[in-house]
Design a protein around this ligand. Structure first.
Ligand code: AMP
Length: 279
């Protein structure tokens, strides 16, 4: 595995590999890697000749300075995990390397980016579009892998890809969970033991609601999930039951072919997200 810090070296390396007719898959991450990330790398390994993983805590997607400051950084452990997972190239640039000057691009990503995370974290998806579009320009991958844990992010990236005319396949990958159901997240390490014990109630409420939804309305299902998580001692920021492609709220189960419920919860001061498919 080769570790690359510079954009020009990354471009040259990928160009050389492509000239040999090799297909290239990209997995963008912010590091502090866990099995969720590694599942993306494993899938990428199966489907491409060359696996490129980026590890970069992208400042432009943080709307909260404290969250950026305290975001876990575990570069050496990340490299070991990536090497074991069969990664060929890990791109670990500095902020100055990616943003030699401020990125002033404003993406108009439309309704998919205006609801839920878009409404709660102003500027977040614009920052995501900035970094992911840069990575796509550097690597020009055949495929890029994203986790369904960040469910809305996939819809936003698809819209960015459509607008910018990138030619690549976006591959969504299922959520990897802890044994007790909690979605794996780099931020889980920030949970106090007491809050870590509460957190599985999020996934439990979501999973139990799938059965409940079969005999109840969207509104009833919404309320049940919120009540169950609140009763477990956490604060629900939002729970929205949405069309899985447009991210717009649905009122009835037959409003869209695919429907997901997306939740954001404060567990102590740690903001956790999760989602579940209803159909
Ligand atoms: P992050 O480092 O949090 O930006 O995540 C990098 C990629 O890994 C994103 O596409 C995430 O959706 C994905 N990811 C993070 N956690 C998980 C998980 N528990 N299961 C599947 N994918 C995940």
């Amino acid at each position: 595995m080769r570790t690359i810090n510079s954009v020009s070296e990354l471009k040259d390396t990928v160009k050389m590999l492509k000239s040999q007719g090799k297909s290239v898959g990209l997995v963008p991450t912010m590091g502090a890697l866990h099995e969720g990330h590694i599942s993306l790398v494993t899938r990428c390994r199966k489907e491409n000749d060359v696996v490129v993983v980026s590890v970069f805590v992208n400042p432009t997607q943080f709307n909260n300075k404290e969250d950026l400051r305290t975001y876990p950084r575990t570069e050496e452990a990340d490299k070991r995990l990536l090497e074991a997972a069969g990664c060929d190239v890990v791109f670990m640039p500095t902020v100055e390397e990616v943003y030699p000057e401020p990125d002033n691009r404003v993406f108009n990503l439309g309704p998919v980016a205006e609801v839920m995370e878009g409404a709660m974290r102003p500027g977040h998806f614009n920052g995501v579009a900035q970094i992911v579009s840069k990575l796509f320009m550097y690597v020009e991958p055949d495929r890029a892998y994203f986790g369904e844990k960040d469910f809305q992010q996939i819809a936003v990236i698809r819209e960015m890809v459509r607008q910018e005319g990138f030619r690549l396949e976006i591959v969504p990958c299922p959520i990897v969970r802890e044994a007790d159901g909690l979605a794996k997240s780099s931020r889980n390490v920030r949970l106090t033991p007491e809050n870590r014990a509460k957190a599985p109630a999020i996934a439990k409420a979501l999973m139990e609601s799938v059965e409940y939804a079969k005999t109840h309305t969207v509104a009833e299902t919404h309320d049940k999930v919120v009540e169950q998580i609140t009763a477990a001692g956490m604060e629900v920021e939002y729970y929205q039951i949405v069309d899985s492609l447009t991210m717009q709220a649905v009122e009835n189960w037959d409003d869209a072919p695919h429907i997901n419920g997306c939740v954001t919860v404060y567990c102590g001061d740690v903001r956790l997200i999760d989602n579940i498919a209803y159909k």
